[in-house]
Design a protein around this ligand. Structure first.
Ligand SMILES: C[S@@+](CC[C@H](N)C(=O)[O-])C[C@H]1O[C@@H](n2cnc3c(N)ncnc32)[C@H](O)[C@@H]1O
Length: 240
């Protein structure tokens, strides 16, 4: 894709769009609470064990808060390229003050800042890897592998695409059953909503391709640990 048609940075670095996204967060997170908790439980640490994890594309920190809440001796590094999202997150992360820090990092570059240590116990991503072109998804998975200690885990919660129109139809029908206003919203997007939607779907790819990126990066214990329609939680660990 021509870089000029990739609106990702413009979207996430827009104060107006981030304010609109943050205003919908509470409602959105109600439907994600179980998945957030599930990711925290998937991390193979005792509840009293001290460890450091990295939340890439952390936004306002929803994934981090679930992990910090369950694992009371864990410490989080939240990385994002949007100062607007990080500013909104500072407010929401207040209950965990002293146990987290934000780091500026643009995942599209592959140039990891020194503020991210090279030996992390775990890395998580949620709802952001799909914003990267395929070669960066693949590159990022290899870079994550390289930043994990032996035995460290990586988990990703993200949407996937299906190449099968029958499956796509089933996903849409069931989603619309649970969210009866969705069909009308699809037909009546404001220009801003359309821009956010286009940015959301631009680089969403099939699950099998993403699992292959994990395998080729060297991960083991790879599984789709949770899946509902187009949303999945998959991951694996760096061999001990
Ligand atoms: C849909 S939000 C998800 C935020 C959070 N992870 C969550 O689950 O609520 C996507 C986030 O990814 C970040 N992001 C998108 N592209 C990025 C990039 N190239 N580098 C760093 N962060 C990026 C955005 O700034 C935004 O905070």
């Amino acid at each position: 894709m021509d870089q000029s048609t990739d609106t990702n940075a413009a979207i996430w670095q827009s104060g107006e769009i981030v304010r609109a996204w943050a205003a919908e967060e509470k409602k959105r997170e109600l439907n994600r609470a179980a998945q957030r908790q599930f990711m925290a439980v998937l991390l193979p640490f005792g509840e009293q064990e001290a460890f450091t994890f990295l939340d890439l594309g952390a936004g306002t920190g929803a994934a981090s808060r679930a992990i910090l809440g369950l694992h009371q001796r864990s410490t989080a590094i939240l990385a994002d390229f949007s100062s607007e999202m990080m500013a909104a997150g500072e407010h929401e992360m207040q209950p965990f003050a002293g146990r987290y820090r934000y780091v500026e990092f643009d995942m599209s570059t592959g140039e990891w800042p020194a503020a991210i240590p090279g030996a992390l116990d775990a890395v998580v991503t949620s709802m952001c890897v799909h914003h990267l072109p395929d070669e960066r998804k693949q590159g990022l998975f290899a870079e994550i592998f390289g930043h994990l200690v032996p035995g460290g885990w990586y988990l990703n919660y993200d949407p996937v695409r299906t190449p099968d129109p029958v499956v796509e139809g089933a996903w849409e029908r069931v989603s619309d059953y649970y969210d009866p206003d969705a069909a009308s919203r699809r037909l009546h997007r404001t220009p801003e909503q359309q821009a956010r939607y286009d940015n959301h779907v631009r680089y969403v790819i099939p699950l099998a391709q993403q699992l292959e990126y994990l395998r080729s990066a060297g991960f083991r214990g790879i599984d789709v640990y949770w899946k509902q329609l187009e949303n999945v939680i998959y991951g694996g660990c760096r061999p001990a």
